[in-house]
Design a binder for this molecule. Structure first.
Ligand code: ZN
Ligand code: MN
Length: 143
């Protein structure tokens, strides 16, 4: 289920016995506020000015915790380091093979594929995944 806000997510973590820290709050707020699907390194670069003692390992461990709690999706496209997405709504990703940027898009008609698959195979369909690969508009301008 999607956590609608940072405070709701934090409240839920607290109920699961996870202690809240300023760092934890900062990581989750940052992730919920960006559309860039950052890596742990990128989150580190963004937050380290405010949290000089925080390590990349701390960020990674917290991300792991958020993923396990279901607040954050881990994206493992290609062989680069994982990217993280706090937007849990049904959406797809277009991935640039040059710069690695991931852009969100929605395409509800694809749900018809699940119905078709169910009709053809007799499966009880629970979900599907799809990624689009190509060159983003920034990179194609530079080429
Ligand atoms: Zn690109
Ligand atoms: Mn996304």
């Amino acid at each position: 289920m999607a956590a609608a806000s940072v405070s709701q997510a934090l409240e839920q973590l607290k109920m699961n016995g996870v202690r809240m820290t300023p760092q934890r709050h900062a990581i989750l707020s940052y992730l919920m506020g960006v559309k860039s699907h950052p890596t742990a390194d990128e989150i580190y670069k963004a937050l380290s000015p405010n949290f000089p003692s925080m390590s990349v390992a701390t960020i990674y461990n917290n991300l792991r915790l958020f993923v396990d709690a279901g607040f954050v999706r881990e994206l493992t496209y290609g062989d680069d380091s994982s990217r993280f997405d706090a937007d849990l709504s049904d959406h797809y990703h277009a991935i640039c093979k040059h710069c690695g940027q991931i852009v969100d898009f929605h395409y509800p008609p694809l749900l018809d594929v699940e119905q078709a698959a169910s009709n053809i195979t007799g499966f009880v369909v629970e979900g599907h995944r799809m990624e689009i690969y190509g060159v983003c508009s920034d990179c194609s301008v530079k080429q």
